[in-house]
Design a protein. Structure first.
Length: 374
């Protein structure tokens, strides 16, 4: 077992920050190889959580890891109440909340769907939860933000939730997860390129406070994505470190602001169309290419580092084997144009380049043509 909590906190504490004079504690982050059930039990004991465990999973992650966790905990005399998450929606979160209300802790074994439902259920029940990711497709494994569908809608909305008290990551399970999911995780981290610049615009035009510690964490997360992809996508721990840093950045400010900008708003509108075959990380990565080109033309504070240009992002996606066109996701150019035009409606209270300089239909179409992503 490897405890990387100190490593994550050390990188965060190395940056001065007026909004956090004292470095807050981050979620315990443990990397294991094949003995996740035993490590999880040790974490439960260290945290003094000796009561029943509400174990959340889906059909796939139950066979991958949750079943062994369930059996191991029960063999040690711990009551386990299992819950299979079918969808990241309000109904599943409410049902899991009821189970967690009668337990001492929730344990989420899975990807974005399972973890998002568990963190919202934890928020509603006031109970802690532990994140046990089985994929690295998103940066929500350690964040205090959940993406869940409400009121019977098909698309999700991002809402404040409860971040995990600990993350137990099985390196073997994560390394063997599909390449597509890991590429999507890298894409989610590359999206911070535009998210950070949109955050800066919020500081400049709306008086927002940009937490320098959270900003630095996201910058390093971007570097992790670049290193992971150009390293042949072999070292899953590099990607894990980036995703944990991004989650820590969101925890520092209590929102998704450091990690989510105009590119995520475009992705949310794509979700609302109900036509995309793409993963979250694939959608936001392509939207990052588009918005990087738009920032380059209209934001004088855009990155000077050539590795952060829209062309470099597109090249990274190609090397990773990720989609390099919205057409690969089953979307037409008109679909994407509509999503971009409506994107500011997702977060009307936030300031992004799309809020400050709303493009017309023709401009968006020209950007898609120039970048070649649709």
């Amino acid at each position: 077992m490897r405890d990387i909590t100190t490593e994550i906190e050390g990188r965060l504490s190395g940056v001065g920050c007026s909004c956090h004079p004292v470095m807050p504690r981050t979620a315990r982050a443990l990397v294991t190889e094949g003995d996740a059930p035993q490590v999880l039990l040790e974490v439960l004991k260290e945290l003094g959580l000796s009561g029943p465990v509400a174990l959340a999973y889906d059909e796939v992650t139950y066979s991958v890891l949750a079943s062994s966790i369930e059996g191991f905990l029960r063999s040690r005399g711990i009551e386990v109440v299992g819950f299979s998450v079918s969808r990241a929606d309000e109904g599943n979160a409410l049902r899991l909340k009821e189970l967690m209300g009668r337990a001492s802790v929730g344990v989420a074994v899975g990807g974005g769907t399972v973890i998002d439902v568990c963190k919202l259920a934890a928020h509603w029940s006031g109970k802690p939860f532990i994140s046990v990711p089985t994929t690295l497709s998103h940066d929500g494994i350690a964040s205090p933000v959940a993406s869940v569908a409400f009121r019977g809608r098909s698309h999700r909305a991002s809402v404040p939730a409860t971040g995990p008290v600990a993350v137990v990551a099985d390196a073997g399970v994560l390394s063997s997860s599909p390449r597509r999911l890991k590429a999507a995780g890298a894409g989610d981290l590359l999206a911070k390129l535009t998210a950070l610049k949109d955050w800066e615009l919020g500081e400049l035009h709306a008086g927002e406070i940009v937490c320098r510690r959270a900003y630095a964490a996201e910058l390093e997360a971007i570097e992790c994505a670049i290193d992971f992809v150009y390293g042949g996508m072999r070292d899953a721990l590099v990607l894990l470190r980036g995703l944990l840093l991004s989650g820590a950045a969101m925890a520092l400010v209590g929102s998704s602001r450091p990690a989510s900008g105009s590119e995520h708003m475009i992705s949310h509108q794509i979700d609302a169309l109900g036509k995309s075959k793409g993963l979250h990380g694939e959608q936001v990565a392509l939207a990052t290419v588009l918005m990087s080109r738009y920032h380059q033309s209209h934001n004088g504070g855009w990155w000077r580092d050539p590795r952060f240009s829209w062309g470099s992002v597109l090249e990274l996606l190609s090397v990773a084997g990720a989609p390099t066109s919205f057409l690969e996701l089953g979307l037409t150019r008109e679909d994407v144009v509509e999503a971009v035009l409506r994107a500011p409606e997702v977060r009307p209270e936030r300031t992004t380049l799309l809020h400050l300089k709303r493009p017309g239909r023709e401009t968006v179409s020209e950007l898609l043509e120039e970048t070649g992503i649709c």
